[in-house]
Structures are given as C-alpha cells and as structure tokens.
Design a protein around this ligand. Structure first.
Ligand code: FES
Length: 169
C-alpha cells in the first residue's frame, strides 16, 4: 500500500486559490474600513474642538469677601483665590494686590516684620502697598472695595483706586 500523499504543483488547485483570494479581499476591506473609521473619528474630534469655545476660565474680577466683622481691626488677610490682601485699619478697609510690581510674583504677608515681601527678588512693601525695598518700581495697586446693601464687602479688581481711598465702615 502506498501512503505517500500526492503533491500537486502550484496552480493546479483552483478552489484553494479562490479561497486565498477571498481572504485577501476581506483583509483589504477590513483595513480600508478601519482606516476610514480612524479618519472619521479624527475629523469628529477636530470638529468638536473647533465648535467648543476656546476660553480660559479665571476667577471673577468682582467678588465678595465676607462682612466687616470677619476682619479684626489692624489686620491683613490674604484672600488666596483672588490674590488680594484685605487690610483693615482703624480708619477703614482697603484691598491691595498681591502681585509684585517688579515681575509679577505673588507676594507674602509677613506679620512678624509687618511687611509684604516678594520671594523672587526681595522687594518689600508696607501693608499700604508702598515700596520699602526694590527692585519693585511701583507700589502694589489698591482695588475698589465697597459695602453692599446686604452687609458684604465687595472688591472690584477692575477698578484701581488711589492709595489714600479707604472704605469707612
Ligand atoms: S518679582 Fe517681586 S521683586 Fe522681582
């Protein structure tokens, strides 16, 4: 008995070749479908990004900082979210920017020295914002502060006021 398998030369089995051809076609169809899907998804992402507003969300420039009773007389309070110091003296309130007038670093209130100091290049300011030690070229600006009808204090960073302007409460 002869168990040897008969080997057919290539091109002699048309059915097997047809099967291989269909597989190749399916593969190409799948690749094409995937490429179109990725391209469509990319276009959709770009379109959504284009249509959504490209804005930077920042804290409001007018904001409430509580009532006058929240601030003891002769105090400096750092309002972190708004980068402002609320200063209460016997003569009244004022709001001072925490942003150094040299290169824009955020200053720090140092109660032990009774000074506002800049950690970047060493400028020092009085609580009124006046420069004590440079290189800061200008005093820290004051913002308008008002008492609302409901008893809250409102700071308006859109309105820079004279250093001498104080809210009497
Ligand atoms: S940024 Fe404040 S001293 Fe330079």
């Amino acid at each position: 008995m002869n168990h040897a398998k008969e080997i057919q030369p290539p091109g002699d089995n048309p059915e097997a070749e047809k099967k291989a051809e269909v597989t190749r076609r399916d593969f190409l169809n799948e690749i094409t479908g995937a490429a179109l899907g990725i391209a469509g998804l990319g276009s959709a992402v770009v379109t959504v990004k284009f249509l959504s507003p490209n804005v930077l969300f920042e804290p409001p420039m007018r904001f409430r900082v509580g009532t006058p009773d929240d601030y003891p007389v002769n105090s400096v309070t750092y309002i972190l979210d708004q980068q402002v110091y609320i200063v209460r003296m016997t003569e009244g309130f004022y709001a001072v920017s925490t942003v150094c007038t040299h290169l824009g670093c955020i200053t720090q209130w140092k109660p032990e020295d009774d000074l506002i100091e800049c950690p970047c290049h060493g400028s020092k300011f009085r609580r009124s914002g006046t420069v004590v030690v440079g290189p800061a070229p200008r005093p820290l600006p004051h913002f308008a502060i008002r008492l609302m009808s409901d008893g809250d204090l409102l700071v308006d960073k859109l309105e820079v006021v004279n250093q001498a302007q104080v809210l009497k409460v």
